[in-house]
Design a protein around this ligand. Structure first.
Ligand code: F6P
Length: 327
């Protein structure tokens, strides 16, 4: 069937993640290679409402594959949660004769796309762009690998000073209500304990682990705390531990938004390029309202409602591994 898509829009939404620019570049260049015009929408869904559209050419996306952040900027839009807001957005898409939209973001982005697709007939394809890595339908989200490496580099530096001062550090990492960043960065840095939202945290059990570390004459100990852990953030956990375990001087570091920036890793650049290319091909094949992912190295398409409703499972073997290797 002759391809009806002549012009697409692409935008980034929600928390930015390293590799989003590589994805924008791949979407743009794949579309242009198929004689499809591209419009970038700036500032996420708010930009769709306010009409912040700008044409993207091959030149617009040159020399950005290595840049963190997103040249289209991102935003969280309350107005898009309203019918009137979505109507304004649709009118802008019509005004720019947009035939389909590529949305790069996380579950909030795809929730918005799902609601929009139930009100307006315009195909959306989603690309998983979030450091949280909490989207179902892809082994890795764009930005997760880079965020992991950022955390590992930071925690290695903390280990240097912890070891020099015989200290116990609580390091809080991002992930919203998922523990993927915490778990793998904890294993990669040899953390003595890793607290994640997916498993209940028992402070007495944590103390037991720290006692073991003290008995093994550990000169320093690192506890990685996922920001969404049920025991609270790193400051909360440190306070609870301090009440019953005071053999080490303690400090807390909250890594914060440094995890969101930085030049994307090679892995994220290739993942973003692969998925960006696949998103345009999916539109050409008539697919819509699905997220494109990579599952066991194969391109996979997951309906938005599934991508946002299901969570990737934490790998129980990795949890066990973390426990055994931290002794
Ligand atoms: O979703 C990505 C993320 O970095 C989360 O890990 C974090 O909790 C949240 O965004 C922070 O949101 P904001 O950028 O609005 O402070």
């Amino acid at each position: 069937m002759k391809n009806k898509i002549k012009k697409i829009a692409v935008f980034t939404s929600g928390g930015d993640s390293p590799g989003m620019n590589a994805a924008i570049r791949a979407v743009t260049r794949t579309a242009l290679a198929n004689d499809i015009e591209v419009m970038g929408i700036c500032d996420g869904y708010q930009g769709m409402i306010d009409g912040h559209f700008e044409p993207l050419t091959s030149y617009s996306v040159s020399n950005i594959i290595q840049r963190g952040g997103t040249i289209l900027r991102s935003a969280r839009s309350q107005e898009f949660r309203t019918k009137e807001g979505r109507k304004k957005a649709f009118e802008n898409l019509l005004k720019h004769t947009i035939d389909a939209v590529v949305a790069i973001g996380g579950d909030g982005t795809f929730t918005g796309a799902l609601v929009f697709s139930q009100e307006y007939e315009i195909p959306f394809i989603g690309l998983p762009g979030t450091i949280d890595n909490d989207l179902f339908g892809t082994d890795n989200c764009i930005g997760y690998d880079t965020a992991l490496n950022t955390v590992v580099e930071a925690v290695d530096k903390i280990r240097d000073t912890a070891d020099s001062h015989h200290r116990l550090f609580f390091v809080e990492v991002m992930g919203r209500d998922a523990g993927f960043i915490a778990l793998r960065s904890g294993i990669a840095t040899g953390a003595e304990a890793i607290l994640i939202p997916e498993t209940k945290t028992y402070i007495p059990q944590l103390i037991e682990k720290l006692e073991q570390g003290r008995e093994h004459h550990k000169n320093s100990m690192i506890i990685i705390v996922a920001e969404g852990d049920d025991a609270g953030g790193a400051y909360d956990v440190a306070a609870k531990v301090k009440e019953r375990f005071n053999y080490y001087d303690m400090r807390v570091t909250v890594l914060g938004h440094v995890q969101r920036g930085g030049s994307p890793s090679a892995y994220d650049r290739v993942l973003a390029s692969t998925l960006g290319n696949a998103a345009v091909n999916a539109l050409l094949e008539g697919k819509q309202n699905v997220m494109v992912g990579l599952v066991k190295n194969e391109i996979a398409y997951t309906p938005f409602e599934k991508a946002i409703k299901h969570h990737n499972e934490i790998n129980p073997q990795l949890l066990q591994l973390a426990d055994i290797l931290a002794l």
